[in-house]
Design a protein around this ligand. Structure first.
Ligand code: DWN
Length: 393
């Protein structure tokens, strides 16, 4: 039933940054292929890696590293408090606490299997279950009180066993309780030719169409939807039990589905067109790098993202093109990007005396980055992006 439409070659684990001592060892790679399920419209990678290999005590990504995400979580928390007045909230995938820190400790618990991240929030005295989300855990957390709000950003698309997720959500939610999930939008991903949304951790990139189909089995339904700019364009889905008549289905849901159908997210041919665009994008990006390298310009990477792992390995771009990456995340500094093995240095403001061009690994934070690098831009510094098409800015 699942038909492959995209082959992104052999890829290492996207967040497995390499220590200098381990540079002589070969990394394990896996074939990164993406497919479309004609039955429920779900887009997923075909070969998955075990969750224990990806989400463990060494997980390097911290949501709080960007002001954009901090603001997005703060604004959302304020909105949710007003609109739903939740008394007991569960966050699935609480990362370093960027969302839950906006709530009173007595009102919220986090679920975060990556122990290093869970620890950060535990130290601030929040209740965090350092386990994978499951039916067993949901029963434990809600033994005495069901949740009136479950929130999960950029996490459910990382969990292979969809059945387990939603059965656990059903267990944990009160009758009037709601689930809000936020993940990159498949429509935006295709429109932006952002093929780097596909890597080992992103098992699914959801569309409203697909999510609606998946939820039916669990007697859950989407009653509202918001589109956000975060992570290159995401959808925030508001979901309730079908039996819960407390909330009416907002017409935004219908409108979003209309948009997705118009674009053809229900048709395999749309995905084959996307495949062609990805190949063109690769060629154009390689042409840009080759032109700049010939001119002997100094190119660095900006933001050693998981997404850039897909781009660098698919396009075979390495340290002959990009001298090093800058990143603000302490775990990543002085390590090397998986596959491409480009060194990651501690972030410092771009200096036009040292850098001619910066490749935007974190293109999704372009606005935040451009604000920070005003001086570099003013003095003629340039950026390369591959989204929505490869170009120098
Ligand atoms: O889904 C996921 C998303 C939410 O986060 C995970 N699977 C893994 C991770 O993906 P990513 O690494 O592609 O996410 P980001 O948020 O695009 O990563 C931004 C990176 O760039 C971080 O390492 C921090 C860094 N950064 C920086 O060095 N300077 C970010 C900003 C805004 C900056 O100014």
């Amino acid at each position: 039933m699942i038909k492959k439409f995209l082959d992104l070659g052999y890829q290492p684990l996207a967040n497995a940054y390499i220590d200098k001592k381990k540079l002589n060892y070969k990394e394990k790679k896996f074939k990164l292929e993406v497919g479309f399920n004609k039955k429920n419209y779900l887009v997923s990678i075909l070969k998955t890696v075990s969750k224990e290999k990806m989400f463990n005590k060494d997980y390097p990504y911290k949501s709080s590293e960007s002001n954009t995400m901090q603001k997005s979580f703060r604004d959302l928390a304020n909105k949710l408090k007003k609109r739903f007045k939740p008394k007991f909230i569960i966050e699935i995938g609480s990362n370093d606490g960027a969302f839950i820190k906006n709530f009173k400790k007595k009102n919220v618990v986090g679920v975060e299997p990556c122990k290093n991240l869970a620890q950060i929030t535990k130290r601030k005295k929040y209740t965090i279950y350092s386990e994978y989300w499951s039916q067993k855990l949901s029963k434990k957390i809600t033994k005495f009180k069901k949740a009136d709000l479950i929130y999960s950003a950029n996490t459910l698309s990382h969990i292979e066993n969809i059945d387990e997720i939603f059965k656990a959500v059903n267990n944990a939610l009160s009758k009037k309780g709601i689930l809000i999930i936020e993940d990159p939008s498949l429509l935006k991903c295709l429109q932006n030719v952002a093929y780097d949304q596909f890597y080992c951790e992103h098992i699914y990139v959801f569309s409203t169409l697909a999510l609606r189909e998946v939820l039916k089995k669990f007697k859950l339904e989407i009653f509202d939807i918001e589109t956000t700019k975060t992570h290159g364009g995401s959808n925030r889905y508001f979901i309730k039990k079908v039996e819960n008549n407390f909330y009416k289905i907002n017409k935004r849901v219908k409108n979003e589905i209309k948009k997705e159908l118009k674009f053809g997210l229900n048709k395999y041919t749309t995905y084959k067109k996307f495949e062609k665009k990805v190949k063109i994008s690769k060629q154009k990006l390689l042409n840009i790098f080759s032109r700049l390298v010939k001119k002997k310009l100094t190119i660095v990477g900006y933001g050693a993202t998981a997404k850039s792992c897909t781009v660098l390995n698919y396009c075979n771009i390495g340290n002959k093109s990009i001298n090093y990456f800058y990143d603000t995340t302490s775990y990543k500094i002085n390590k090397y990007l998986p596959g491409s093995r480009i060194l990651i240095k501690k972030y410092q403001k771009l200096d036009p005396k040292e850098v001619d061009v910066a490749y935007l690994g974190a293109w999704n934070f372009k606005e935040e980055i451009f604000k920070k690098e005003k001086a570099f831009i003013k003095k003629g510094g340039k950026f390369i992006t591959h989204v929505p098409y490869p170009k120098i800015i």
